[in-house]
Design a protein around this ligand. Structure first.
Ligand code: NAD
Length: 352
């Protein structure tokens, strides 16, 4: 039998956890607590134990608690679960800010329990393609990355559009894209500059742009939009020898790379559809190779498998508390930059 777990919050994500975990043997969800009795009833109908109170849940014979409630309740519930002697998987964004996370990590340390964040998008296919291209050096030395997600329906009209609940796209999607980039790039962050826009929901950011500079000189644009009807590519990566593009969630895209064929500038002015220009005239096709994107088939259930092994002391956590803290510190800096209009600098704070 696997590690016995309870889920707190049986909404969209709580139900997703239950479904995913059913497919692995090392964790077993036994019960569910939700502040809404109707959601507890739904869980009971699916065969789980339904707890009437949080106390009843935390007193049960379980080792692991999975927190899947709106963001403003993460801190309180994580501390209660850790103090009850449970290991904790917390949904993203792990907390509302870095101070809240530091409070929780102190308790996790005191109680000697595993605390981790469900950064499941580290297992996204598009991201793993990019990571593979980076790690295997398929694309040369990157100097600029654009990572974005864009929808056109706005922010779902629930707690996600309420500031006090931790709404807004930076905490919702931004945390995933930041976590991916910080896992990818092995260098400290030196600069952060952000625009948070409130196009339809005045209380929260419903579109944002963040520019991050790393000590190794790499620049990254992270962009989350909810009012874009014609999306730009999910990934666009410029390197000193080529370009990688992933257009969409289906991972259509390619790598174009300069090959060994010698490239010579033309004599005199070149007339192109861009007018008279040498710089923007197309590169001769014989100097370019097209390389397919690497094949990757990640499984986000591996996240739970890793957490179970970490609880048993058999493996290091993949999503560590320190990584989560770095992400939250950068989110703090993004809010600060957006409010002040300033570029935030400080390699010492954002070490990897
Ligand atoms: P949701 O509104 O669908 O569900 C939240 C549930 O929590 C509801 O059933 C609600 O009754 C319950 N709840 C609220 N306050 C509670 C409390 N104090 N105690 C117990 N239960 C409480 O929201 P959701 O979409 O499931 O989001 C929940 C969390 O999951 C959020 O932190 C969100 O950011 C995260 N999330 C993560 C991903 C991901 O891909 N990792 C995707 C969606 C949501």
């Amino acid at each position: 039998m696997g590690i016995k777990a309870a889920i707190i919050g049986f909404g969209g994500m709580g139900s997703f956890h239950a479904k995913q975990i059913k497919e692995i043997s090392s964790i077993q969800v036994v019960g569910v607590y939700d502040i809404n009795p109707e959601r507890v009833f739904m869980a009971v109908e699916k065969g789980y134990k339904g707890y009437k109170t949080l106390e009843e849940c935390l007193l049960d014979d379980i080792e692991l608690v999975i927190i899947a409630v709106p963001n403003n309740f993460h801190r309180e519930l994580a501390i209660k679960a850790l103090n009850a002697g449970k290991h904790v998987i917390c949904e993203k964004p792990v907390m509302m800010n870095s101070q809240e996370l530091e409070d929780v990590l102190e308790v996790a340390k005191l109680q000697d329990k595993v605390f981790t964040v469900h950064q499941n998008r580290r297992w996204d296919k598009d991201f793993r393609i990019v990571k593979e291209a980076f790690d295997k050096k398929l694309i040369g030395e990157p100097f600029y990355i654009e990572s974005r997600v864009q929808g056109s329906k706005g922010v779902p009209g629930d707690w996600r559009c309420v500031k006090e609940a931790g709404g807004g796209m930076l905490l919702d999607w931004g945390v995933h894209l930041l976590d991916q980039i910080l896992w990818l790039v092995d260098s400290p962050v030196t600069e952060i500059y952000a625009h948070l826009l409130s196009v339809k929901f005045k209380d929260v950011d419903d579109n944002f742009k963040v520019l991050i500079k790393f000590k190794n000189n790499l620049s990254v644009l992270i962009e989350v939009d909810t009012y874009t009807f014609i999306p730009l590519p999910r990934w666009h990566i410029s390197t000193n020898s080529g370009t990688l593009v992933i257009n969409d969630w289906e991972c259509n895209g390619k790598i174009l790379k300069a090959n060994q064929v010698e490239f010579k500038w033309e004599e005199g002015i070149v007339h192109t559809s861009a007018g008279p220009t040498k710089t923007m005239a197309p590169r001769p096709v014989e100097t370019i190779d097209e390389i397919p994107l690497p094949e990757m088939n990640p499984d986000c259930k591996d996240y739970y498998v890793n957490v179970a092994k970490a609880i048993r002391g058999d493996q290091e956590l993949i999503v560590t508390p320190n990584q989560a803290l770095r992400v939250m510190k950068i989110i703090d800096a993004i809010f600060k930059s957006a409010k002040s209009g300033e570029c935030i600098k400080g390699a010492d704070i954002y070490e990897n």
